[in-house]
Design a protein around this ligand. Structure first.
Ligand SMILES: Cc1ncc(COP(=O)(O)O)c(C=O)c1O
Length: 194
């Protein structure tokens, strides 16, 4: 399939608000450690995605995932020695008060849980959000990111749901694109609030 074919299929099959990051879409076919490779074999240094911590397709990560998926792929409802052993290894790397783990599957899930823990502990609802920050794609996180009434240089603004926005730079208001009864509001990270 050419890149043009892929783009046409994508427009037909994938939700229109899932944006492609670049004006001329990149057709990335594989990743290896810090690099991505496109369909023409061009190599890109990946300074954008979150994987640089360990690299794309790091062989040890791929091996470990493959081994585990051959044994058991389920949730934390059961006793399993890997769960406790992993928790011990993780907490051993953290400072003393941090001794309890919650394992999650995505950054969005982690931030969602962090928000719930913070709200349960403080019994407050408000959060401080850096303008143009991205925290994930769940409903609560999108609300936290997008609930801002205006942006201005070094301003602290209270949004409609008690969200506080601390703005470091002036950012243009995202355009609101009306589609039927919903408004699609893309922000700089590509998150779209409906
Ligand atoms: C800072 C930050 N928080 C949260 C997320 C959401 O992570 P996930 O896509 O795994 O839900 C991302 C993903 O890019 C991120 O960069």
């Amino acid at each position: 399939m050419t890149s043009d074919d892929l783009l046409a299929a994508r427009r037909r099959l994938i939700g229109g608000n899932v944006r492609i990051g670049y004006r001329r879409p990149l057709h990335i076919v594989r990743g290896s450690m810090q690099y991505l490779f496109d369909a023409d074999g061009r190599r890109y240094l990946d300074a954008y995605n979150n994987v640089p911590h360990v690299g794309h397709c790091h062989p040890r990560v791929v091996d470990a995932a493959e081994r585990q998926m051959r044994v058991l792929n389920t949730n934390t409802r059961y006793l399993h020695e890997h769960l406790e052993r992993y928790a011990e290894r993780v907490t051993a790397t953290l400072p003393e008060p941090l001794r309890v783990c919650y394992f999650v599957s995505s950054g969005s899930e982690a931030n969602e849980l962090a928000l719930r823990l913070a709200r349960a502990h403080t019994r407050r609802r408000d959060v401080i959000v850096l303008d143009a920050a991205y925290h994930g794609n769940t409903t609560t996180l999108v609300d936290v990111i997008l609930n801002r009434t205006q942006t201005d240089k070094l301003a602290v603004i209270t949004g409609p749901a008690g969200t506080v926005v601390v703005t470091a730079v002036t950012a243009p208001e995202p355009p609101a694109e009306k589609t039927g009864r919903a408004a699609l509001i893309p922000d700089q990270s590509g998150v779209v609030g409906v």
